[in-house]
Design a binder for this molecule. Sequence first.
Ligand SMILES: C[S@@+](CC[C@H](N)C(=O)[O-])C[C@H]1O[C@@H](n2cnc3c(N)ncnc32)[C@H](O)[C@@H]1O
Length: 214
Amino acid sequence: MQAHSLSQYANDLLGAEDPLLHQFRDEAAAAGLPSIQVPPELGRLLAALVTATGATRVLEIGTLFGYSAILMARALPADGRLITLEVNPTHARLAERNIERAGLADRVTVRQGNALDSLAALDGQDFDLVFIDADKPTYPEYLEWATKLTHPRSVIVADNVWREGIVIDPGDDEAGNALARFNRDLAANPTLLTTFFPTRDGNDAAAISVVRGG
Ligand SMILES: C[S@@+](CC[C@H](N)C(=O)[O-])C[C@H]1O[C@@H](n2cnc3c(N)ncnc32)[C@H](O)[C@@H]1O
C-alpha cells in the first residue's frame, strides 16, 4: 500500500514496532486498556534521546502497559535504571508482567500509586530524562517536579501538548487549560530550552526541553 502520511511513510520505512511490542499492544487492547501509548515516532524519539544523552536514570510519569517504558529501557546501558509511575493497579500489574517478559525487570521499576505521592517520595533524587505522560490536569505540577528532579543537560519530554490545537483556545476544558498553562510555564522558564515535536501527523505534539547549563 502506498504511504499517504508522514507517520505511515516513516513506520513503513523504519518499522513501527517489533513483534513483542505488537503482541503487548494487542493483549492490552484485548484486556480493555485504552490504546493511548506513544505513537511510533515518539517512541523512536524517546529511545534516541536516551541513547544520545547517555542517560542512566530515567523517570516516567504514566506507565499504562509499559510500552514507552520498554522502548526507553531498551536504550539504557546495562547499569541504567528506569522508574515508571502508575496509579491504576491493573495497568501497573500488566506493565510489570510485560517488562519481565521483555527481559527488563532488572532495570525497570513500576511504582504503583498516585504520581504526586510517588514524586514526593523521590525528592532529592536526580534523573537524566523525565517523560511526562499521565493525567493532563496535573501536567503543571509534574513540570515542577521534573525541574526539581533533573540537572543541567537533563531532558524533559511531555506528550499531548497540542491535542489538535486545544491549547490555543481551551475554553472551559480542564485538560486543555492545564496543557496551555504547562506550555506557558515551559516557555517562561529561563532554565529550559524547549521545542515542540509534532506527532500523529501534526494532530498532536510532544514538548522537548533541555535543562540549560552544565
Ligand atoms: C497515556 S497513558 C501512558 C502511556 C505510556 N507512557 C506509553 O506510552 O506506553 C497514561 C497513564 O497514566 C496513568 N495515570 C493517570 N493519572 C495518574 C496519576 N495521577 N498518577 C499516576 N498515573 C496516572 C493512567 O492510568 C495511564 O495508564
